[in-house]
Write a protein that binds this ligand. Sequence first.
Ligand SMILES: *Cc1c(COP(=O)(O)O)cnc(C)c1O
Length: 291
Amino acid sequence: MKIYSPIQQLKHPSRINIWVKRDDLIDPYISGNKWRKLKYILEEAKNLKKDHLVTFGGAYSNHLVATAAACAGNGLKSTAFVRGEAVENEMLLLCRLFGMRLIFTDRRDYKEKDKLFRRHFAEDSCAFFVDEGGAGIAAVKGCAELIAELPPDIDHLFCAAGTGTTAAGLLKGILESGSKTILHVVPVLKGGDFIADEIARYTGSSDQLILHTDYHFGGYGKTQPGLISFIKRFVAEEGMLIDPVYTAKLFFAIDDLVKKQYFKTTDKIAAVHTGGLLGIWGMKEKFRGDG
Ligand SMILES: *Cc1c(COP(=O)(O)O)cnc(C)c1O
């Protein structure tokens, strides 16, 4: 299937050497890396004659919306175990619209995903287990394909990381292509050093990999006033939406490294816009007012 994910140059004078791979434009609901992660999961499910994807996520999970939309578009059923007590929000509304069944699950039970799956779906031979965030080899394979869509002369490729699966795929693609591109990963959670191991688990190597672990702004889903004002400025300057959970931390990191003269002036820098723009609805109150 042909996808729409152009590579565009940023506009602001301080960002002229920076290009963005617009995976956010692939689909409004199966956005960015979630589309790439699901591609081979859907294929595998179909090959195994499974017609029902069962997966896991928090109440503001991009992965849940993406899975619900992708399943609906491929004639599959979907169910999600949603972490925590029952709530309603914009993301879960979309999940339901795409036909996903939601099972709210307390945090202790949620940790034992295999057990949950077996307890509810042992009888359903057409149910297919998809890990939280779609993590796994199929997801890595899908993300690795992005590299072949980039110009070959990129010196530095940046992405945001939650689990590191997407980054693992990108590094795999880089190493297999033999290009000199260095992958820079910005963990959006605190203590993101573990992501290097997670990546190496899939690639067998941490060559051409650099982690920038100081741009988490307090942790996963956390923001600070500096990040919010950065988002407002960036979106207005570039005409490109970014989200507070993932891509804002990524672009903040790049701006900061440019300011610190981390790059050579001739370096070609690119960032993967991994989508996730619905995440902004989880933080509406942070954007009120003109400040
Ligand atoms: C899920 C998500 C990520 C994180 O991907 P991982 O493979 O878990 O590291 C990054 N960006 C966006 C927008 C996401 O929705």
